[in-house]
Ligand binder design. Sequence first.
Ligand SMILES: [Zn+2]
Ligand SMILES: [Zn+2]
Length: 214
Amino acid sequence: MKGVEKAPTSRDNGSEVTAIQQQNCETPKEPQSQKEEFPPAPSDHQSILVSLSSRSVWKGTVCERSHLFRIKYYGSFNKSLGLFLRDHLFDQGYRCRSCEMPSEAHVHCYTHRQGSLTISVKKLQDYLLPGEKEGKIWMWHRCLRCPRPDSFPPATLRVVMSDAAWGLSFGKFLELSFSNHAAASRVACCGHSLHRDCLRFYGYFLLAKLLKRV
Ligand SMILES: [Zn+2]
Ligand SMILES: [Zn+2]
């Protein structure tokens, strides 16, 4: 089938799923007192209020202290998920202003009242994904609640990001990720919740791993 790739082989598992435990948003360097309080209405269906912090895994430093900001779903400030991934997370020329390291050195944490979403970026090490020149982004997930036949969470097939997924507002994507409403939660092919139970991956020449915690 066109646009469908075999899931990563077990050889890749290590680099994909290691250090899940360390992907925690909490950073020892940030005292609890610095946690921001969310106003009573963090989402108004037009925008979402989140707190973002970033740290460098390579240097062990906090690159961006947690700060609140609002992401709009519509209008000129809106950015699509595809553009967020390609131009922001997967920007080859990116150098962090704080640690001077490239994108793949970083873990970003979006925090919301209903949990946190950790996005870690790393280099694809053992394989290349086709269509890199055309800017294709692949996506797949691993369910953390399904049985693990080879001790790794089972991976789904890789599929190229659809136009609909690409065009989805990044703010809306965050809202869906944080939503606990059954209507909003996407069901993975195994029947578990895509947002709550799965590690989500987006691959280009870099790999972004998304993990939600409640
Ligand atoms: Zn940095
Ligand atoms: Zn499952």
